[in-house]
Design a protein around this ligand. Structure first.
Ligand SMILES: Nc1ncnc2c1ncn2[C@@H]1O[C@H](COP(=O)(O)OP(=O)(O)OP(=O)(O)O)[C@@H](O)[C@H]1O
Ligand SMILES: [Mg+2]
Ligand SMILES: [Zn+2]
Length: 244
């Protein structure tokens, strides 16, 4: 049945829509057809991966960050890395607590680990979106004035639909009533649909609850397992101990 559908969709695409002119394995069609099977060619799979990565909105500085280049030279870093590794390996998109909540002081590698996890999950075939909190607030506000660019509109439209949403630096500023409602709406919809959330914050639990309000805080905690990469600021190599 799938085979017939695949053949039909190939026929409908026609030779003018060839995807990779250069690929010798599929002659640029993106699919390889054998006697009783149709499978996606590596060239199309790579193209789709590049597209998903581009749409994920990962900041330039973090594009190269990965689990491989996260140093595990302290117990807390080692533990955090192990947890995130296991998380991506055993990722279950339908789990009720399928997210990650990366807590810890500034510079301890929270965004690094969040991006690394997001990239791994995108490589597994999921869709994802990275949003820095300050940019999210800016885009919400601009939506009211109708001044979002097409790219921003598209990003906002995907806040609920993507498989994995990363909100970086949650609670970085106190939310206005309007932004609080918008944030609640996104988190609540994802919570209701069991959709994965990865959050980072350098606030302690009490501060975060105050900043984002209890309904958001409670849902985030319900959706995510806490990982804390420690208190040493990697940027300057100094401990920033603070009670969590
Ligand atoms: N264990 C580590 N191994 C390699 N690089 C690291 C590690 N921890 C942090 N870094 C690097 O240090 C820089 C700061 O890390 P990152 O931005 O992830 O910190 P953060 O915890 O998100 O900080 P903030 O709370 O200020 O946002 C990044 O360039 C990151 O790649
Ligand atoms: Mg960060
Ligand atoms: Zn090919």
């Amino acid at each position: 049945m799938n085979f017939l559908r695949d053949i039909q969709s190939l026929a409908e695409r026609g030779p003018t829509e060839r995807v990779e002119e250069e690929c010798p394995d599929c002659d640029g069609y993106g699919y390889i057809v054998t006697d009783n099977d149709v499978r996606i060619c590596h060239c199309l799979a790579e193209r789709q991966l590049r597209k998903r990565l581009k749409k994920a909105n990962i900041p330039k500085r973090y594009l190269s960050k990965s689990l491989e280049n996260f140093k595990n030279d302290t117990d807390q870093r080692r533990n955090a890395l192990q947890r995130v590794r296991r998380y991506v390996k055993e990722f279950d998109s339908s789990s009720e607590k399928g997210g990650l909540f990366l807590l810890g002081a500034a510079g301890t590698g929270k965004t690094h680990l969040a991006v690394a996890a997001l990239k791994e999950l995108i490589e597994q075939g999921h869709t994802g979106l990275f949003y820095n909190s300050a940019n999210l607030i800016r885009d919400f506000r601009n939506r009211v004035g109708g001044s979002n660019t097409e790219e921003e509109k598209d990003r906002l439209d995907r806040l609920v639909s993507v498989d994995i949403l990363v909100i970086d630096d949650l609670g970085v500023t106190k939310l206005s009533d309007f932004v609080r409602e918008q944030t609640y709406s996104i988190i609540d919809q994802r919570y209701s649909e069991n959709k994965t959330l990865i959050v980072t914050s350098n606030l302690n639990m009490k501060e975060l609850e105050e900043q984002v309000t209890y309904p958001v805080f409670s849902r985030v905690c319900g959706m995510c397992s806490i990982v804390n990469p420690g208190d040493i600021d990697f940027r300057i190599g100094v401990s920033r101990n603070k009670s969590r």
